[in-house]
Design a protein around this ligand. Structure first.
Ligand SMILES: NC(=O)c1ccc[n+]([C@@H]2O[C@H](COP(=O)([O-])OP(=O)(O)OC[C@H]3O[C@@H](n4cnc5c(N)ncnc54)[C@H](O)[C@@H]3O)[C@@H](O)[C@H]2O)c1
Length: 252
């Protein structure tokens, strides 16, 4: 018997889909039969991912931290494809390491807006659609920073801590609606964002981060995409409120 692709017939919206983990999630979901809506603040990057996937993808330019954009991205996806089965809140903002005493209030607010509030806003618009359909899946890209914080990243770490708790809180609130909510926590990742955290792009900058990872390598975009694929699929139909560390053992 031929097996259907694991996300056959599903419509998925992935924020931050123009780069890094998000782009890999879009590609992997499409390989498994999903129609993918790529959302990114960077219109060129989002369009690149959608074009690479082809006919089963579209891109939307939106800033996930803005309530009006959150509403528009969900509405546009539903208008175009008639449903929304999977929401991946993946867009995130990095922080340059700084003592918390030197982190500005503006930077704190922006980190919380993109890394935490955006999940709340997107879910507010996606959940009514999922309820009407009889269920859905929400996946949030959190971070090992929410579990095993490093110094000088207090605002970023805390915003991810809020995202982690929000995943669990939404999971318990939405379980009666058959909407599953899970968090994926990448370790230091092989994406453009890493340079901001480690203060540069060289092997020397990465070395201290690598030395704290038991498996001795960074988290690749495909590692996150495969974990997201499992959690989005029906194979994970009893998994909700989970926090999956995909980090080479960094959190041990
Ligand atoms: N790279 C790491 O080391 C690492 C580790 C743990 C967690 N994460 C998390 O993984 C997620 C993806 O990061 P990445 O490493 O792939 O980074 P990345 O910089 O490669 O990609 C992030 C994408 O998000 C988009 N984006 C940023 N702010 C946005 C906004 N307000 N609205 C819409 N789009 C926005 C960017 O334009 C970019 O395309 C983030 O939530 C990040 O916090 C990253």
């Amino acid at each position: 018997m031929t097996k259907l692709p694991r996300l056959s017939g599903k419509v998925a919206l992935v924020t931050g889909g123009g780069s890094g983990f998000g782009a890999a999630i879009c590609r992997r979901f499409a390989e498994e039969g999903a129609t993918v809506v790529v959302v990114d603040r960077d219109a060129v990057a989002g369009e690149r991912t959608a074009r690479e996937i082809g006919a089963n993808a579209a891109s939307i330019e939106a800033d996930v931290a803005l309530a009006a954009d959150a509403r528009r991205m969900i509405q546009t996806a539903v208008d175009r494809y008639g449903r929304l089965d999977i929401l991946v809140n993946n867009a995130g903002r990095a922080q340059t390491p700084l003592p918390f005493t030197s982190t500005s209030e503006d930077e704190f607010d922006r980190l919380f807006a993109v890394n935490a509030k955006a999940i709340f806003l997107a879910a507010q618009h996606a959940v009514p659609v999922m309820r009407r359909q009889g269920g859905g899946v929400i996946l949030n890209t959190v971070s090992v920073a929410a579990i095993r914080p490093r110094p000088n990243l207090t605002a970023y770490n805390s915003s991810k801590g809020a995202a982690l708790l929000m995943s669990k809180s939404l999971a318990i609130e939405l379980a009666p609606d058959n909407i599953r909510v899970n968090a994926v926590c990448p370790g230091p990742g092989d994406t453009p964002m890493l340079a901001t955290f480690v203060g540069g792009d060289s092997a020397a900058h990465r070395a201290p981060f690598l030395s704290s990872i038991p498996l001795g390598r960074l988290t690749a975009p495909l590692d996150i995409a495969n974990a997201m694929l499992f959690l989005a699929s029906d194979e994970a139909s009893v998994i909700t409120g989970a926090v999956l560390e995909v980090d080479g053992g960094r959190c041990i």
